[in-house]
Design a protein around this ligand. Sequence first.
Ligand SMILES: C[S@@+](CC[C@H](N)C(=O)[O-])C[C@H]1O[C@@H](n2cnc3c(N)ncnc32)[C@H](O)[C@@H]1O
Length: 179
Amino acid sequence: MEHKTEPEKFILDACCGMKYLWMNKNHPNTIYMDIRQEEKGFNKNRPFDNVSPDIVGDFTNLPEEIKAKRFKLIVWDVPHFKARKLTGNLLKCYGGLNPETWQYDLKKGFTELWSVLEDYGILLFKFSDYHIKFKEVLSLFPVNPLFYNITNTSGKSDTKWFCFMKIPIAKSKTQRVHK
Ligand SMILES: C[S@@+](CC[C@H](N)C(=O)[O-])C[C@H]1O[C@@H](n2cnc3c(N)ncnc32)[C@H](O)[C@@H]1O
């Protein structure tokens, strides 16, 4: 008799939103997390889109079921705009950074996600420098990215993907650069 086992979940999308990034929006090895759920129709420009994470959770304080796991790949596409209220379609879709606490939130988020990344695991961080400079945001993290790639350039901002690898301290003398 054939036994069906649950696929192993070794990928975490910590801010899945509408899953626009994904080729397969229900990838069997992935846990999709977001801080919110939204029904179809919440985005008036794309009436069939929703926000439907497997787990509703906050990257500044990960849920226990996430804390209990270790991931090989973490995708972290945080909101890029500072905003007090999520008004306007762009903010409704992509969320906003709290203007008072964004530094604490991103610093804590990085630490939380790093703690559930396995050794030699990869964390991909996406950011756009519309309101906040890349240098400023990277200085919040205790580890330097290995490299980045620019995926979008407009007159006002660039969007970059930064690749971090969790190289065990014993194997690396250069990982921890920022104070
Ligand atoms: C830039 S959007 C992500 C878009 C997504 N990658 C996609 O392909 O559709 C940022 C997402 O982060 C979520 N978010 C904001 N703060 C969060 C937090 N503290 N924990 C988890 N998700 C958060 C927002 O709800 C929003 O859906």
